[in-house]
Design a protein around this ligand. Structure first.
Ligand code: RAM
Length: 334
């Protein structure tokens, strides 16, 4: 009799524990760099799909401005909400470290995607594509468009953005090749992933450097803003545009010749993979160590590798080239 009662009590306790655990471990958040960025919306859409597909609740957040301070405030709120994991496209590699440490101490797993923090601030990074390849192909594209000669300017996002800064480093390394002796990088401008600022920075580049041959925009917001400026000014064929663009925003400028070609990866898949990684970390299926593998839904099995920078990452794939021949297939997808 006593034994039976004890067993019933134990089962009830177990049930309660599972409920509490389930109740507490159910929310997964993602914070993008800022609002009003269609690329970021697609990343968050993919993350949400992955989280909901696994039966959990998803919270999507983004600050109005792409600053670390604004993301810190959101992270504080999410710690108070006791989320299981935070996915994050970081506005600064180091500035989020104290708040992310606090989150980790509270048992929250951290997975960055798109734009990483330093290795200590996260459990794992989801990398869209090899940064070296991204940087180098953009300079190679500028070379081909300009016929190997002329001034180039870069219109980036914020000066603190981890992803853009790594790509720009690789662009500069590519430019060291003697092949580029007749090409000069005259300026790196920052449009802060804000449409208006990116527009005025493009106008300023055209004014300051009348001989400008190519603008490279390693940001979808900057590239679309520059596409509009060059189209409005009738500069197709005179100043070329390339970089990383969202097909839905760039189709018009690819068709009118302003941007002969550009690159990107699938932002929905990027968020989706981050969603599977977040759940894997929170459930303890992976720790984010090299060699860990996760089954990432429709993307199949993915492996954690060394990021060669003190941390670990999962790579989504290779950058994809969009031009007049294929843009129509993609402009309604993302
Ligand atoms: C912008 C953002 C994002 C970047 C893309 C290419 O939307 O800066 O972080 O990955 O461009």
């Amino acid at each position: 009799m006593f034994k039976r009662m004890a067993m019933v009590a134990a089962i009830a306790l177990l049930g309660l524990a599972a409920m509490t655990q389930a109740g507490e471990a159910k929310k997964f958040a993602f914070i993008f760099k800022s609002t009003g960025n269609p690329f970021g919306e697609k990343v968050m859409e993919g993350y949400k799909t992955a989280i909901e597909e696994q039966g959990y609740e998803c919270i999507l957040r983004a600050p109005d401005l792409p600053t670390a301070e604004a993301q810190i405030m959101i992270i504080e709120e999410l710690i108070a909400q006791r989320v299981a994991a935070i996915g994050l496209s970081a506005n600064d590699p180091d500035a989020l470290q104290p708040v992310l440490r606090k989150a980790k101490r509270a048992g929250i797993k951290i997975v960055t995607a798109d734009s990483a923090t330093n290795a200590e601030s996260r459990d794992l990074h989801i990398n869209q594509a090899d940064p070296e390849l991204i940087g180098r192909v953009e300079i190679q594209a500028a070379y081909d468009m300009a016929g190997g000669k002329g001034d180039i300017a870069i219109l980036s996002a914020t000066s603190q953005a981890t992803n853009q800064n790594i790509w720009i480093e690789w662009m500069k390394k590519e430019l060291e090749d003697p092949k580029y002796a007749n090409m000069k990088l005259v300026k790196v401008a920052y449009g802060d992933d804000l449409r208006d600022k990116s527009t005025s920075e493009t106008e300023a580049l055209l004014k300051t450097f009348p001989e400008l041959k190519v603008i490279i925009g390693p940001t979808t917001v900057g590239l679309a803003a520059a596409g509009k400026v060059l189209s409005d000014k009738g500069l197709a064929g005179k100043v070329f545009l390339t970089g990383l663009g969202l097909p839905s925003e760039m189709a018009e400028y690819i068709q009118n010749g302003v941007c002969p070609w550009m690159y990107l990866w699938n932002p929905i898949d990027l968020g989706y993979l981050a969603g599977y990684a977040a759940v894997g970390l929170a459930d303890g299926a992976i720790t984010g160590a090299v060699g860990d593998t996760i089954s990432a839904g429709k993307l199949g099995r993915k492996e954690v590798v060394d990021d060669n920078n003190g941390g670990t990452e999962i790579m989504l794939g290779a950058p994809f080239r969009f031009d007049k021949d294929n843009i129509d297939e993609w402009k309604n997808v993302y």
